[in-house]
Structure formats: C-alpha cells, structure tokens
Design a binder for this molecule. Structure first.
Ligand code: HMG
Ligand code: MG
Length: 295
C-alpha cells in the first residue's frame, strides 16, 4: 500500500545552495524560501550553521534567517554540526535543527573532521541542549548505501549509526544516499533492517536517475517523509560524485498522479524552479519542469 499523505521535506535552500559555485545573494535566497512557502511547503530546510570556511555558500546564515518571514505552520530547520553551530542557531530563534552524521569512516573525516565514533561526541551535547530548549532535532545519516572511497556501506553499520542518533533524542532519521547510487532492492533491505519505518525519512540524490524509483519503494515500505529539492539542485562539497537531489517537481507529479496528498501546488513549484534556473543560469534538470514549460 501507499500512504494517503506524504510530508515533503524541502532541502533546496540548504542542500541545493550549499553546492552552487556562485554565491547566491541573500535577497534571492530569502525570495526562494518565500516562494517555497507560497507553493505550500510546510518544512523548508533554510540554511546551515556550519563553519563558514567549510561551506562559504551558506556563510550568510544569520542574515538569511533575519530576512525570512517565518509563516505560522511552516518549519524552517537548519543544519547544525556542533555546539558552536547550535549557539548561532539558537541566537536566531530557530524552531528545528538537523545534525548530520556519516555511516562511513572516510566521509566522517572528510565532512566533519571526526572519526565515525567521535562524531557522536560532537552531536550528543547538541541534541541534549536543543531538546532542552524545546527545539526539535532531525538526524541525517550520509552514505547509507555506498561511499566513493569505501564502496557499499554494510547495512548493519547504517542501522547502528541511525539507532544511536535516534537514541540521542532525534525525532526523525533521514537516510541519505549522498552519491545517488541506491537502487530499489537495496532501499527495501535497509528499511527492513531498521525494523520499523516509523521514524525514517529518505534523502535521495539523483546521480543515477534512481531517486524517484527509490522513493516509491520507500513509500511502499511505509516511509511518509521524503526529502526533495525544488529545481533539483543539490550536492555535497565534500563528496564530489554527488549531484542534485530528487526534484520536488518530479516527486509531486508522481504523488499527484498516485492521489497521495502533499499540500503542494505543482504550478507554483514549476514557476519557482524556472525562476531559480534563471537565477543560476542553467535549466532545471527536472523532466517535469521541462515538459510543463514547453509552450
Ligand atoms: P573543525 O575544523 O574540526 O572545527 O570543523 P573545530 O571544532 O576544531 O573548530 C575550529 C574553529 O572553527 C573554532 O574557531 C570554532 O569556533 C570554529 P577558533 O576557536 O579556532 O577561532 N567553528 C565554527 N564557526 C562557526 N560555526 C560553526 C563552527 N564550528 C566550529 N558551526 C566542523 C568541524 C563540523 C565545524 C566542520 O567540519 C564543518 O563545518 N563541516 C560541515 C560540512 C558540511 O556542511 N557539509 C555539507 C552538509 S552535509 C550534506 O550535505 C549531506 C546531507 O545532505 C545528507 C546526504 O545527502 O547524505 C545532509
Ligand atoms: Mg544531501
């Protein structure tokens, strides 16, 4: 079966804009976020409080949050890796944060400058302090299917990292296919290995064109939260083989066709995607946008 309703967790302003060669002006970022809310998004991952030298594209996190008009009923989570990032996020009165872990040793070193084990020492006080302050915490696990340096990631290793994050007090675990290599059978096996899909979300990059198929598989396995990026932008500066996320427009076309509710307005998403393509100077990779924009 399929869920009646799916929560689309929009990551375009964060996963998308963290990976752009050109720095997008803060006014345009704020407009992007406002357009996403206007299209019906109820959760928009807005930016990251990471080290500005590591991700210069998002060094304007404070300035952006000050500009975003936060609508009632819309959540605006931000990425936070450590206590310094949490202090910055709390100073901007965020309502939700996301910590981001690695399922593999190599990516933990490259993305977090930590070992697989010591990443938890970094997250533990972040989650505890956030929860105590009434701020919800989501957790990501990256490289859930394979990693460019280590090859396929053993499923038990992903489950262990994920369960430790949930055990710290995170409300949801987003399974990241950072480099977009997953295929549906692997998705089913990973979700089954967790025992229950209840607190799982999925985060597919579309490098090999599998993101939509993988998503449908996850929905059939009971997942009801799907990460996607309007405009199909995205990638990780510390994993060069990563390309864009599943495009929100492609996801919504499929879910509309299946009669699964998202609360999203496809026409407005396509308009936003086209506006963004103009801003970034290249066409949207979304086939739905290409098809609907033909005259
Ligand atoms: P580090 O160099 O080990 O940091 O970086 P440190 O803890 O040793 O601190 C060094 C200095 O940096 C200190 O300053 C800190 O205050 C400062 P000093 O005392 O020397 O003057 N500092 C900070 N400043 C501002 N904000 C901060 C911050 N933290 C430390 N938050 C760190 C460790 C985690 C900070 C670094 O590795 C980092 O920022 N990594 C983030 C990388 C990143 O953003 N990657 C992309 C997001 S993950 C992703 O895209 C995957 C995902 O989409 C899912 C998927 O697709 O799989 C989520
Ligand atoms: Mg990602």
């Amino acid at each position: 079966g399929l869920p009646h309703q799916v929560t689309v967790y929009e990551v375009g302003p964060r996963d998308g804009l963290q990976n752009e060669a050109a720095v997008v002006p803060v006014e345009a970022k704020a407009e992007f976020v406002a357009r996403l809310a206007g299209a019906g998004h109820k959760v928009i991952e807005t930016t990251s409080f990471v080290h500005p030298k590591w991700v210069p594209q998002l060094a304007d996190a404070e300035e952006l949050l000050a500009r975003v008009e936060r609508r009632p009923g819309v959540r605006y989570p931000v990425l936070v890796p450590n206590e310094r990032g949490l202090d910055r996020a709390l100073a901007m009165e965020v309502d939700e944060i996301a910590v981001f872990a690695s399922a593999t040793e190599t990516f933990a070193a490259k993305n977090l400058n930590r070992s697989l084990e010591s990443q938890f020492d970094m997250f533990e006080p972040v989650v505890a302090r956030a929860v105590a302050a009434g701020v919800r915490v989501r957790a990501y696990v990256s490289m859930c299917f394979a990693d460019p340096w280590e090859g396929p990631t053993p499923i038990p290793q992903v489950v262990e990292v994920g369960e430790r994050l949930l055990g710290l007090g995170c409300y949801e675990l987003s399974l990241g296919d950072t480099i977009g290599v997953a295929t549906p059978g692997h998705v089913t096996a990973l979700i089954e290995a967790f025992g229950s899909p209840d607190r799982l979300a999925v985060h597919f990059h579309d490098t090999y064109g599998q993101a939509l198929g993988n998503t449908l598989t996850a929905l059939r396995a009971g997942v009801t939260t799907v990460d996607a990026s309007t405009g199909g932008i995205g990638g990780c500066p510390y994993a060069e083989s990563a390309t864009g996320n599943l495009a929100t427009e492609d996801l919504v076309w499929m879910l509309d066709g299946l009669g699964v509710e998202t609360g999203l307005d496809l026409g407005k998403l396509v308009e936003t995607s086209t506006w963004l393509a103009g801003l970034l100077g290249r066409p949207s990779p979304s086939r739905v946008v290409q098809a609907l924009s033909k005259g």
